[in-house]
Ligand binder design. Structure first.
Ligand code: FE
Length: 219
């Protein structure tokens, strides 16, 4: 089997969010699909090890923010590479409470409010089926695709994503630094400023951690 053929499946970029134990929780997902048209049902695949998965039980409500090409990429890093268990991902993030649920609103296309109607066990992941009970378009921004995230933002895949594959960081020449949190690679040969010359206030463009969380990739 050529496993790389799976790379040709298309995905979008979404943040799902809800309230759980009186806390705002959420995570990044790339697998939201519309299943039925009338009184629509959507599906979303979520890793069982995600803290947000614990909050998605039958009857519970959650939101889906549809990210756009203008959505701040650090927001994707924050929701993709940290856990709501020990991080308040909503701290410093632009969001609104809608139907009692925190909805990330930073340059998104729009949002859906959904109610869980069924959960299907898929080994490492759960498929959550949910009824769309509300939704709004907020901007005319272009929805961000997974391909755009990889090719334009140079984003990495969180280990909990269904599409995660182990990858080796290319080490063709010296002068590459990799973020220990999200895997973002700063390649001196492709940047105007060398990593060593970046100010201490510089942060990872993907997940927002400080410069000292990067380590040099040795040849
Ligand atoms: Fe990072």
């Amino acid at each position: 089997m050529n496993i790389n053929i799976l790379n040709d499946l298309s995905y979008g970029m979404y943040i799902i969010s809800t309230k759980y134990m009186n806390k705002n929780v959420g995570c990044f997902v790339n697998t939201v699909s519309q299943i039925t048209s009338e009184n629509p049902i959507i599906s979303v695949s979520i890793n069982k090890s995600n803290y947000t998965n614990e909050a998605l039980n039958i009857g519970n409500k959650f939101a889906i923010s549809i990210l756009s090409e203008k959505t701040d990429s650090q927001l994707i890093g924050k929701f993709g590479f940290f856990s709501s268990k020990d991080t308040d991902k909503f701290d410093g993030i632009e969001y609104s409470e809608i139907c009692g649920i925190p909805v990330v609103t930073n340059n998104i296309c729009g949002y859906l409010i959904c109610e869980v109607i069924n959960i299907i066990d898929c080994e490492t992941h759960n498929i959550v089926l949910a009824r769309v009970i509300d939704g709004e378009k907020l901007t005319d921004n272009i929805p961000m695709t997974y391909k755009y995230y990889h090719e334009v933002i140079k984003g990495k895949v969180p280990k909990t994503a269904p599409t995660y594959k182990k990858e080796k960081v290319e080490v063709k020449n010296m002068g590459k630094y990799v973020c220990k949190i999200c895997g973002y690679v700063y390649d001196n040969s492709k940047e105007e400023i060398k990593f060593e010359d970046l100010p201490d206030s510089w942060v990872c463009p993907l997940c927002g951690v400080p410069k000292n969380m990067f380590e040099k990739v040795e040849e």
